[in-house]
Design a protein around this ligand. Structure first.
Ligand code: ADP
Ligand code: MG
Length: 451
């Protein structure tokens, strides 16, 4: 059979047309229009994008539809990878990017295994909120077994996956003899199930056990999966008993994971547990500045400050906002986006942020003060009697629990420092476990805000 050979531009054209039919025009313009087809090697297509961030974003958000669009192009299924350093062609007067396209540095060709290449310790901005998690993972990478297991928990987009993969990169680079494995809990599940089906259980076991460092992402997924927990428990013990390093991440503390067996809870709690919380303004700005360095298109600092000021719910969203502006700037050749322009472009994101913040710090202060029959001013004062100090701690605790504000931000709203809020965050659950009245009050207040 004679097959007409497509070149790279042909294949991309077919895919691009399919994409345009499938997704909204603005989405297409923002994310796909600037992609440059670079080379075609057998069935592997290399797509040029401006930078690694952009490539990661596409991969994170559009991998399925991109892969689908490359299926059955004249009977052939193509795969793709990205190369960074490609800016779309611009109008003549616009200067082209200074840097030449980097040698195809593809996002797929990451090492080690399934980790993103930019998830390194170097690219991680350390602030008040993640300092301890950073230090602990760094130590664990350099001295495996010292903090064992190391359990990191926190909300989504706070950098847990980033840190976990940073350990893998660090070990591969600095300690090449050490065998490290990064795996998400979901992959653990899938591999385990496949191994049972294909009667390759012993291979699966050696995959997760014949190693020196095991990094498991999102272990809250273990909840309510009894058989998986059994397997995980055995894997854990096998590694732990050989003093191999285990690092786990989760969106909750072990005891808060629903349907997690007590023996796993106690294993997970037996080493070092550390929380990583949503970064405050300074860290957010530092992260934006760092991310900005990687982009070829530069935004002015007032815009970065605007983003940092208005997006506080997660680093991922922060990144999303930056990408949106950068993509716009590079597509439309707008060199200098100002704050007003940014505000318009980010309107949807900003609205979502406000919705997420419906429970405001002020409303919590007011309702807690009412409930305990004191004044809001008492909460904000320096008064120390128990009938004021405890409601104050409750209010701080609820702010941390029910809003996306960081410790420093909540501290600021109470005229205190972040350490006071962290203390309240730790103390209230302890008080609740000892004092039934307190427990009832806190859970009643919490419910007031939830519906
Ligand atoms: P999580 O796993 O906690 O949900 P991720 O590790 O996936 O969060 O982080 C979301 C995004 O934000 C990633 O692109 C990550 O690189 C970035 N990020 C998070 N925290 C930081 C930080 N402190 N410094 C630099 N980038 C960060
Ligand atoms: Mg993650």
């Amino acid at each position: 059979m004679h097959v007409v050979k497509f070149d790279v531009a042909d294949v991309w054209q077919v895919a691009a047309e399919r994409l345009q039919q499938q997704i909204h025009t603005t989405t297409y313009e923002q994310w796909f229009q600037n992609i440059v087809p670079v080379t075609l090697n057998e069935q592997a297509l290399v797509l040029g994008v401006s930078d690694d961030f952009f490539a990661d974003w596409l991969k994170d958000n559009f991998d399925d539809i991109l892969s689908d669009s490359l299926k059955d192009v004249e009977g052939i299924d193509y795969s793709y990878s990205f190369a960074s350093g490609y800016l779309p062609k611009k109008k003549k007067e616009e200067p082209q990017a200074k840097s030449k396209p980097k040698a195809a540095k593809t996002v797929k060709a990451v090492k080690p295994g399934n980790c993103l290449s930019r998830h390194t310790f170097d690219n991680f901005v350390v602030g008040e909120e993640n300092r301890y998690a950073y230090a602990a993972t760094h130590t664990a990478a350099g001295s495996p077994g010292l903090y064992n297991p190391l359990y990191i928990y926190g909300g989504t987009g706070t950098g847990k996956t980033h840190l976990l993969q940073a350990v893998a990169h660090h070990v591969v680079e600095r300690h090449p003899g050490t065998r490290v494995r990064y795996i998400t809990c979901e992959e653990f599940l899938n591999n385990y199930v496949d191994s049972l089906r294909n009667k390759k259980h012993s291979e699966f076991r050696s995959f997760v056990r014949d190693i020196d460092i095991l990094l498991v992402d999102d272990v809250h997924m273990l909840g309510n999966k009894t058989q998986l927990q059994e397997e995980f428990f055995n894997t854990f013990n096998s590694l732990y008993n050989q003093n191999k390093q285990i690092i786990l991440t989760s969106d909750k503390q072990p005891s808060e994971i629903k349907g997690l067996e007590a023996r796993l809870v106690s294993r997970f709690e037996s080493g070092v547990t550390t929380e990583i919380s949503i970064p405050g303004f300074e860290t957010r700005l530092a992260i934006l500045r760092m991310m900005q360095e990687e982009h070829l298109v530069k935004l002015n600092d007032a815009v970065l400050q605007f983003i940092a000021n208005n997006i506080h719910s997660s680093v991922r969203r922060l990144q999303g906002a930056l990408f949106r502006l950068v993509a716009f700037a590079s597509a439309m050749s707008v060199a200098d986006i100002d704050v007003e322009h940014a505000e318009r472009l980010l309107r949807k994101l900003l609205e979502e942020e406000t919705a997420a913040q419906l429970v405001s710090i002020e409303s919590i202060q007011r309702i807690v003060a009412d409930y305990f029959e004191i004044r809001v001013n008492d909460l904000l004062s320096d008064k120390r009697p128990k009938n004021i100090a405890q409601p104050r701690m409750v209010a701080m605790y609820l702010c941390r629990k029910l809003t996306a504000f960081s410790y420093p931000e909540i501290g600021c709203a109470f005229g205190r420092n972040h350490a006071t809020i962290m203390n309240a965050w730790k103390k209230i659950p302890q008080l609740c476990s000892k004092d039934e009245n307190m427990r009832r009050s806190v859970s009643l207040l919490e419910r007031k805000f939830k519906n």
